[in-house]
Design a protein around this ligand. Sequence first.
Ligand code: NAP
Ligand code: MG
Length: 498
Amino acid sequence: MNDVTQFTRADWQARAAALRFRNQIWIDGRAVPAASGARFESVNPATGAVLTDVARGGAEDIDRAVASARRAFEDGRWSRKTPAERKEVLLRLAALIRENVPELALLDSLDMGKLVKDAATIDAPGSAHFFQWHAEAIDKLYDEIAPTGGRDLAMVRRVPLGVVGAVVPWNFPLDMATWKLAPALATGNSVVLKPAEQSPLSALRLAELAAEAGLPDGVLNVVPGFGEDAGQALGRHADVDCLVFTGSTAVGKMFQRYAGESNMKQVWLETGGKSPNLIFPDADLDAAADMAAFGIFFNQGEVCSANSRMLVHASIAEEMIERMAARAAQAQPGDPLDPASAMGPLVDRKHADTVMGFIASGKQAGRLVCGGERIARDASDAYVQPTIFTDLRPDARVVREEIFGPVLTIQTFKTEDEALTMANDSPYALAASVWTRDLGRALSVSDRLNAGTVSVNTVDALSAMTPFGGMKQSGFGRDLSIHSFDKYSALKTTWIKY
Ligand code: NAP
Ligand code: MG
């Protein structure tokens, strides 16, 4: 009955018709309107239809949310619970997410256009898994006694920071929020979350589920709204101790400025990418093509770590281009509620305009292998074909800049050194892939690639157990894994002489 892999398009449509949208601000455990009374429309990019109107939080609402988070933190209703007690609440939240997978998946799919089958098998179960993983970890971390010797006892303990502000993007709405919330809450902080304006609905439902799981009021507040007002107000707030962000590099730099111009809060950034995928002649070319297609067409290419630059050895270039064109032909966009669709629409018309601008520039700078057109369907023109370019100038915008859409560039190299120079010639350093059967080459190339994660004979390897994040202008600090707790805690020394 609840096996989402068996749901038909009609099943999803029926569930969508029965959805109730949470569309107020969530402060202190209650749904409230914006102080200003302002609202904004949440649009389904698959149809252009308005789903609901959502309270538009501004500076005053951020103030209320931060005050509520601060009260909760200071009175210890969560921050002074034992790790085992926090674990129990977050495990209940994970269970509630699992019970509500179809609803959470639909909210993200309708809000931003991703395939509901992906949201129901990857995003929503992933969110449950990440909450569970961080919950289970938190009562297994030991603190330290420093090796002072003598009549001294120096305890080094991990303590929560206080009020964490989290600002997240729209490409994986539920999961990007979860990647911040799970470790932030597990370590005992209070949080104010601002979801992206394109995709606030799953975060608002998540807040309600967290309350149902027993998270005390005020510990998690969700303020939907626009970046320039709600996002900026959070970034500049004098009573926020730490700001964690996933989104574009340009906005990430703003948060550093906001912090510098306000209270010097800690800022941790997960930002853009332009990840290379290196294919050597000894690779399994069919497997490489399958995964490369997944790596650029999954989630419409709206993935920070999408392997958007294929670098292929010249001797196999034509073979790979043919294979990729065949894969692209299989990846045509369609209704996100139809389990037969391979991609959905882009997040909105404006983003589709941006991606089409890149495609137009690519047509000037190189050879279009396939795709390149916008598709109108169901009264929406936010659909873009899977698109591949080759024979590009190295300074082409499609090679240098993050497109955040289903657009792949293919360039060729002759030597390993040349491949590495091309791969590392980017302001970004989030992820990279290498395809070869030669273990020595796999390791030496991996060592020399600038990237937070290098995947060998796969793309975009990721798990709760491994840190995720970038270097250079892809940001700093790590989500996921035990290391994610570092962002949400400070080391505190208590030194006792006896
Ligand atoms: P974005 O425009 O940077 O927005 C991200 C968040 O910042 C949104 O909540 C946004 O609010 C807010 N924001 C925008 N302008 C702001 C401002 N002036 N002050 C304060 N906050 C502001 O990014 P996006 O277009 O949503 O997402 C795509 C980007 O995210 C890509 O660059 C992608 O690489 C990156 N990303 C990175 C990772 C990673 O882990 N490295 C993961 C996923 C995505 P509004 O919604 O109101 O604009
Ligand atoms: Mg929307």
